[in-house]
Design a protein around this ligand. Structure first.
Ligand SMILES: [Zn+2]
Length: 301
């Protein structure tokens, strides 16, 4: 074998190695990436649902025999899958084409939403990405308003409502970091930050599904390098209060840490009001007092 042949083989091997990210690894990366977004929990779950093809598009409803055809309710030209509803449909593309849009000149080259998301995450700044997430969700809401109420908002309305909602969230939520067994730390920050020293870090969040009267809780523990150690998603029925949802998310997080033997871990959530209630030294005599006091006792262990 000549040297030239040898180097050609070597290049081929290297190329295959670079392109051989396992599906599990890709899922874990996407999960980390979505979880780190500085957006309300409901937005994260929406993106996660879109990535997992779990939105009730016509194509998905047809598979479940809930509707009779897969055609897009907005344009009626193509089958409606996640990628079509959020990106390709004229009922989405008009929003992406407006002047402010950082992605208005992107080509329609993505085979699915997962590929689009990969590009969005790699190419946009964190600030841009959260605006795009808010607008993606706005596009889905516009689609639903059209389907269920026969109203179709303009592209500028979609953008305005999405951005205002995001800004309200950013103003109202102060990042709070809490370290078990080391008192309380509070600090503001952007994006997921590595914990100081060699601690692990737990992030928790909760969402409320008012229609189905249930809450969803997500918990993720990473080591000091950012690698995911544990990821938990669970649901509780017959609850609709965002405050209670966040309380349960924190309580279950603490129980998980105690059960797994984490003596010292950083915990981070974004529900300012709930965390302030937990930090208060006053006995909580509100309607949620029992849950708050129980959680406080766990924190003190
Ligand atoms: Zn369409």
């Amino acid at each position: 074998m000549t040297a030239a042949d040898g180097s050609a083989q070597s290049e081929e091997v290297c190329y295959e190695t670079r392109g051989s990210t396992s599906p599990e690894r890709k899922d874990a990366d996407q999960w980390k990436n979505v979880w780190a977004l500085e957006v309300p929990g409901g937005y994260k779950h929406f993106v996660w649902s879109a990535l997992n093809n779990a939105l009730p598009t016509r194509s998905n409803l047809l598979k479940k025999k809930v509707c009779e055809d897969p055609w897009c309710p907005s344009c009626k030209r193509e089958e409606e899958d996640v990628q079509h509803a959020l990106w390709c449909c004229p009922g989405a593309a008009d929003v992406w084409a407006v002047g402010w849009s950082p992605i208005r000149k992107w080509l329609n080259q993505f085979i699915d939403f997962s590929s689009l998301w990969e590009d969005l995450s790699n190419r946009l700044s964190p600030g841009c990405l959260v605006r795009v997430v808010a607008i993606i969700r706005g596009i889905w809401r516009r689609r639903n308003t059209f389907v269920f109420e026969d109203k179709f908002a303009s592209s500028s309305q979609v953008v305005k409502i999405a951005v205002v909602g995001l800004e309200e969230f950013q103003e109202a939520n102060v990042k709070v970091t809490r370290r078990l067994s080391k008192g309380v730390e509070r600090r503001e920050g952007r994006g997921w930050q590595k914990p100081l020293r060699a601690l692990c870090k737990l992030n928790f969040d909760a969402t409320v599904d008012v229609k189905n009267r249930r809450i969803g809780i997500g918990i993720i523990i990473r080591d000091c390098h950012g690698d995911v150690l544990v990821a938990v998603c669970l649901r509780k029925d017959n609850l609709v209060s965002p405050f209670i949802a966040e309380c349960f998310a924190l309580k279950i997080s603490i129980e998980l840490c105690l059960e797994m033997g984490f003596g010292s871990i950083m915990m981070e959530g974004d529900a300012k009001v709930m965390i302030e209630a937990m930090l208060s030294k006053e006995l909580d005599e509100s309607v949620h007092g029992q849950l708050i006091e129980d959680t406080k006792r766990l924190l003190a262990q």
